[in-house]
Design a protein around this ligand. Structure first.
Ligand code: PXP
Length: 252
């Protein structure tokens, strides 16, 4: 069975747009789990643009499935990860120089730093995944670090404009998947996956986990819109009825 990790970062993006308290990603995580999520994924960015430290701390005690923390290779974030103890830490790039051209973590270019981060986390007894492009040299370098999983970056596949380009990217993902699985490491994938393009990725041999955020949060906004409007109409109606204002108006 392929596990679905639901990334709720963009619930926090909506909250941060007003700097208030809603929508609370902790509530969203509960609802995602009720819907069948096998895990909750959040990215605590250094700039705190969406998820806050408070969210991760609360999620640690409320998530009943698995908490996957995406983290930069930065001492302060790694310290927090060790303190909060998520079920899995996925190391991701945050700074331009840590990015490969496609968007995964550049392990080849920052071997020593990434190795030290993996060692720190594993030494604390945490499971570590690396977010890498489907690029043989990056995967080889990642596998050498003794991680428990590699998450393949599916962005290029997801964003391919032509079917031929998508097929080429899919092929690269399939080959990278074989390389990972042959080394006995768990195969994960994510980024840019949606209701249309997820099928081909789910069919990759030995796929263990998919992490999906933006398209699920986007769909949630749409499928929840009717009910949200209905509830607001009801709140307005009830306020008017309770105050007696409605009964004095000619049209009720
Ligand atoms: N996996 C990783 C490592 C990510 O950083 C993200 C968020 O960019 C995702 C998966 C989910 O991507 P999306 O929001 O496009 O589904």
């Amino acid at each position: 069975m392929i596990r679905l990790g639901v990334n709720i970062d963009h619930v926090a993006t909506i909250r941060q747009a007003r700097g208030g308290r809603e929508p609370d990603p902790v509530w969203a995580a509960v609802l995602a789990e009720l819907g069948g999520a096998d895990g909750i994924t959040v990215h605590l960015r250094e700039d705190r643009r969406h998820i806050q430290e408070r969210d991760v701390r609360l999620l640690r005690s409320t998530v009943r499935t698995q908490l996957n923390l995406e983290a930069a290779v930065e001492p302060t974030i790694l310290d927090l990860a060790v303190l909060i103890r998520p079920d899995q830490v996925t190391l991701v790039p945050e700074r331009r120089e840590e990015l490969t051209t496609e968007g995964g973590l550049d392990v080849v270019g920052h071997r020593q730093r990434v190795a030290e981060a993996v060692e720190r986390l594993r030494g604390a007894g945490l499971e570590v995944s690396l977010f890498l492009d489907p690029e043989p040299a990056q995967i080889e370098a990642g596998l050498a670090l003794g991680v428990h999983a590699i998450e393949l970056h599916t962005g290029r596949y997801a964003e391919a404009a032509e079917p031929e380009a998508a097929a080429r990217e899919l092929d690269a993902l399939i080959r990278a998947g074989r390389q990972i699985v042959a080394a006995g490491v768990a195969l994960h994938a994510g980024h840019g996956l949606n209701y249309q393009n997820v099928g081909a990725i789910a069919r990759i041999d030995a796929m263990r986990e998919l992490n999906i955020g933006h398209s699920i949060v986007s769909r949630a906004v749409l499928v929840g819109m009717e009910q949200a409007v209905r509830l607001m109409k009801q709140a307005i109606r009830e306020a008017v009825v309770n105050s007696g204002i409605g009964s004095t108006r000619p049209n009720g």
